[in-house]
Design a protein around this ligand. Structure first.
Ligand code: BGC
Length: 338
C-alpha cells in the first residue's frame, strides 16, 4: 500500500513536470520570479555584432555573470543598421545573436531579447514601422523552439513621436506577429515616454494575453544618475551631486516605484525594472548606495530587474582590467554594503 502511494506520487510529479514542459501555459508571474536579478549586455559592442570572436564581450562572461549572482541578461539589440533594403537581417549579425542566446541559456541565465531601436522609432515611427515588425518576423520564428528561459522584449523606451497612443497600436501588431510562431513565449512590454512609470496608465495590452511582463525604467533623480552624461542635455554640465540616502532621497524612490507596484496589483501584471543605474561620473560611494537602494526597493515590491549595464558606461564590469567594479556588484547582489 505504502509502495502504491509512493508510485502514485512519483507519477503525479512526472505528470506535473511534463505538463510544464509541454504545452502548459507559462505564468508571467513565475517567469518574472525566475528573471530575478540581471544585467544589460552588448548593446554598444560594435565589433561583436560584426563578428562575435572579436568583440569586447567574451564567451566566458556568460558563466561569470551567473556565478556573480545574476539570473538574467537583457541583450540590447540594434539590428536596423544590419538590414538590407528588403529588411532582411545580415546573417553575420544573426550569428552573433545565436551565439549570445546559446551561451546565455547554457550558462543557466534567463535571456531577454530587447529590441533597442528606440531612437530610430521615436524619430520617425511611421516610416520605421515595417522595419520594426520585420525584426520580429525574423527573430520570432528563428527562436521559436528555444526554452521558456528566452523572453522577447518588444521595444525599448518608446518615446517622442512614437506617442503612447501610437505605441498601443504598434505593440498589438508586433504581439500578433510573435504569437503566430511563439504562442507560449513570455513577452516584456513597457509603456511610452521612455518606459516611464507615470505613463503606465496609458498602456493597453492585449487583454487575453496573460504571458506578458510589464517593464519600466528608473533613473530618478536624473540630476544624480545622469550628471555629466553628454546625451542628457539638462544634466551634461552637472557634477559633484551626491546620493547619501537621506529620508527625502529614499522617499522619492519609494514613492515612484510604489506607483508601478500599485499599477501592477490593479492590472495583475508583474513588473520588470529593465534599466536603472548611474553614469560613471558620480562618486562611487553615492553610486553604490543608490544602486543598492533601488535594487532592494524593487525586490521588496516583487519586481525583477536588470542593471544598466555590464560594459560601455555605467559599468559593473571593467573589461579593460578584467575585473568586476566591486562596489556596484556588491550593491546589486546585496553583499556587504556600508
Ligand atoms: C540607452 C543608453 C543610455 C541609457 C541611460 C539606455 O536605454 O540605450 O544609450 O546610456 O539608457 O541613459
Amino acid at each position: 500500500m505504502k509502495n502504491l502511494k509512493f508510485f502514485g506520487v512519483v507519477l503525479f510529479s512526472l505528470f506535473l513536470v511534463c505538463g510544464n514542459m509541454y504545452g502548459q501555459k507559462i505564468s508571467a508571474i513565475e517567469q518574472n520570479k525566475k528573471l530575478g536579478r540581471g544585467v544589460n549586455i552588448i548593446g554598444y559592442d560594435k565589433e561583436l555584432w560584426k563578428d562575435y570572436t572579436t568583440g569586447r564581450f567574451k564567451a566566458k562572461y556568460f558563466a561569470m555573470i551567473k556565478e556573480a549572482g545574476f539570473s538574467n541578461i537583457r541583450i540590447n539589440l540594434h539590428p536596423f543598421s544590419h538590414m538590407d533594403s528588403e529588411f532582411k537581417i545580415n546573417p553575420e549579425w544573426l550569428k552573433t545573436l545565436d551565439w549570445a542566446v546559446k551561451n546565455g541559456l547554457d550558462a543557466g541565465l534567463m535571456v531577454i531579447l530587447d529590441l533597442h531601436e528606440f531612437n530610430a522609432m521615436a524619430a520617425d515611427p511611421v516610416a520605421k514601422k515595417e522595419m520594426f515588425l520585420s525584426v520580429w518576423k525574423q527573430l520570432a520564428p528563428r527562436y521559436k523552439d528555444q526554452s521558456a528561459n528566452l523572453v522577447f522584449e518588444v521595444l525599448n523606451e518608446p518615446n517622442r513621436l512614437l506617442t503612447p497612443e501610437m505605441w498601443n497600436s504598434f505593440l498589438v501588431d508586433a504581439v500578433s506577429i510573435i504569437r503566430s510562431t511563439n504562442p507560449d513565449r513570455t513577452l516584456i512590454i513597457g509603456p511610452g515616454n521612455w518606459n516611464g512609470i507615470e505613463t503606465l496608465p496609458t498602456l493597453r495590452l492585449p487583454e487575453q494575453d496573460k504571458n506578458i511582463i510589464v517593464t519600466v525604467h528608473f533613473y530618478h533623480p536624473m540630476k544624480f544618475t545622469h550628471q555629466g552624461a553628454p546625451w542628457s542635455k539638462d544634466n551634461a554640465n552637472l557634477s559633484g551631486i551626491t546620493w547619501t540616502g537621506t529620508k527625502e532621497e529614499k522617499e522619492l524612490i519609494d514613492k515612484r516605484l510604489k506607483v508601478a507596484a500599485d499599477w501592477s496589483k490593479v492590472n495583475n501584471r508583474p513588473i520588470f525594472l529593465g534599466e536603472f543605474g548611474s553614469y560613471d561620473k558620480a562618486d562611487m560611494e553615492s553610486r553604490a548606495r543608490y544602486t543598492s537602494y533601488v535594487a532592494r526597493t524593487a525586490e521588496k515590491l516583487g519586481f525583477s530587474w536588470a542593471y544598466w549595464q555590464f560594459d560601455s558606461d555605467f559599468i559593473v564590469y571593467d573589461i579593460d582590467k578584467e575585473q568586476w567594479v566591486t562596489p556596484i556588484l556588491n550593491a546589486l547582489t546585496d553583499r556587504k554594503i556600508k
